[in-house]
Design a protein around this ligand. Structure first.
Ligand code: NDP
Length: 453
């Protein structure tokens, strides 16, 4: 018996259209009838118009929230003193919470710098008192550094200072291309400051996935950040109205404020560790073994001061593992592999695992990459784009890396990080049904590799 079609689909909604398209792409002859509009419930009278209305309805509260943050929504001006007062109030509140947590746990606290006098003794510089302990834990963190340069770097501030500005400058230069420079350049640009960023290399966020950091850089520029790559400072002098900066191209410009975000250093200066067998490494970092123990058996160190992975949740884990090892008789190493992290630029970048470049050096890979205009911005004609990307081992199908550039990428990567840490394969990602309409549904719907290397 012969037929007009191999398949006839009645209904041109999401299910019907997908089945018809895929069957036809596979070589079947397909007919489809739809008595109303193509797209069905989801596209025409459901998910899509609903979600656009959800976006629209959210702006009223967003505007109220913006006012509480310090925006004059009608004028488009930001009231820094109002925000700053609220910010400091919040920090006071949090400091009190920390104090209460310590007191309620029975910890005696001293508002003083402490230095190590010997392997079991610290001295409080406030009153000279000494305290002895079976174990000493160095958790002094790090601090921002200025470069060694042939000009007066004290003319530039560092990230610690930005929280204490009395007013917003009209213009600001950020030097550096790491997390801190990029995040604060976006913040200041977003608050209405004329923002320039110099980075000495060819692309910001060195070490992150090239495609992802390229997308962040492009969108920072689109948003108004004057991002100047392969550019550094050669001179700085104080002038009326700010700092005159000469760059590597010989141009001179005046910025009201300049901020160095050129890296951080371990806080070990003057800590007295030379009174012990503790060894220091590059940048004064305390050298520790897998259990955070130094060469001086009674002294341990955790967090940024050890310059392993300088992120708060890592320091917390190192602290927990230290207690487990030393006080609970259960030697515990911190697993520093596959730590998800986010860069809070605008748009955010969330990342876990290997970049495409690092993975390709390691083994043959498939790359699944979807870059597209998200519904919320596309509706109002904006050019903003998002990126959902998986880097997959050709041999094992394991997802080696996941990279997201999108609003709330930090939230998304926390969840994708669970799957990647569990060693999920691409096939297992694909087994998960999409949540629609979302940006991150692309992570489970990318059928064929964008490229393979
Ligand atoms: P990074 O080490 O990440 O970046 C330093 C930047 O400064 C790099 O771009 C570096 O360039 C550049 N640089 C270094 N020396 C010079 C110099 N002499 N002249 C010009 N440029 C220079 O440091 P950050 O201070 O940005 O951040 C420190 C750490 O804080 C991060 O590694 C991160 O762990 C943590 N952090 C995390 C955040 C988060 O999780 N969201 C937010 C903020 C900080 P090059 O690349 O060429 O070396």
């Amino acid at each position: 018996m012969s037929f007009d079609f191999d398949l006839f689909v009645i209904g041109g909604g999401s299910g019907g259209v997908r089945a018809a398209r895929v069957a036809a792409a596979g070589g079947a002859t397909v007919g489809l009838a739809e008595e109303s509009r193509l797209g069905g419930t989801c596209v025409i009278r459901g998910c899509v118009p609903k979600k656009l209305m959800v976006f629209a309805s959210g702006y009223r509260e967003a505007m109220n929230e913006a006012r509480d943050y310090g925006w004059d929504v009608d004028a488009g001006d930001f009231d820094w003193p109002k925000f700053s007062t609220r910010l400091n109030g919040e920090l006071d509140r949090l400091e009190n919470v920390y104090q209460r947590l310590l007191t309620n746990s029975g910890v005696e606290t001293y508002a003083s710098r402490a230095v190590v006098v010997d392997p079991h003794t610290v001295q409080l510089t406030a009153d000279g008192a000494t305290k002895t302990a079976k174990h000493i834990l160095i958790a002094t963190g790090g601090r921002p550094t200025r470069p060694n340069a042939g000009y007066d770097t004290s003319l530039g501030m560092v990230s610690d200072d930005i929280f204490h500005m009395d007013s917003l400058p009209k213009s600001m230069l950020f030097i550096g291309g790491g997390y801190i420079a990029c995040e604060f350049a976006c913040v200041m640009n977003g608050l209405g400051v004329e923002t320039t960023q110099f980075y000495r290399g060819p692309q910001i966020l060195r070490g992150f996935d090239d495609e992802a950091r390229g997308m962040v850089a492009d969108q920072m520029k689109d948003a108004g950040v004057n991002l100047e790559l392969n550019t550094d400072v050669t001179d700085m002098v104080k002038v009326d109205g700010g700092v005159e900066v000469t760059d590597t191209q010989g141009r001179k410009r005046v910025f009201e404020k300049v901020m160095f975000a050129t890296g951080r250093k371990s806080n070990t200066d003057g800590l007295g560790l030379e009174n012990t067998a503790t060894a220091l490494g590059k940048g004064g970092a305390v050298m520790v073994d897998d259990y955070s123990q130094t060469a001086q058996p009674s002294i341990y160190a955790i967090g940024d001061v050890t310059d392993r992975v300088n992120l708060t949740p890592v320091a917390i884990r190192e602290g927990m593992a230290f207690v487990e090892t030393v006080f609970n008789g259960n030697p515990t190493k911190v697993d520093h592999a596959l730590i998800p992290s986010a860069v809070f630029t605008q748009p955010e970048m969330g990342t876990v695992g290997l970049s495409e470049e690092a993975a390709a050096e390691q083994e043959p890979i498939h790359v699944y990459s979807a870059a597209f205009k998200p519904m919320q911005q596309s509706f109002i004609g904006r050019e903003a784009r998002v990126l959902m990307k998986l880097v997959v081992s050709q041999k094992t199908d394991v997802v080696l890396g996941c990279h997201i550039v999108a609003p709330a990428a930090g939230e998304m990567i926390q969840l994708a990080g669970i799957a990647v840490k569990m060693g999920a394969t691409k096939a297992q990602f694909d087994q998960v049904c999409a949540v629609h309409p979302t940006m991150s549904e692309e992570l489970v719907t990318m059928k064929s590799p964008t490229r393979s290397t």
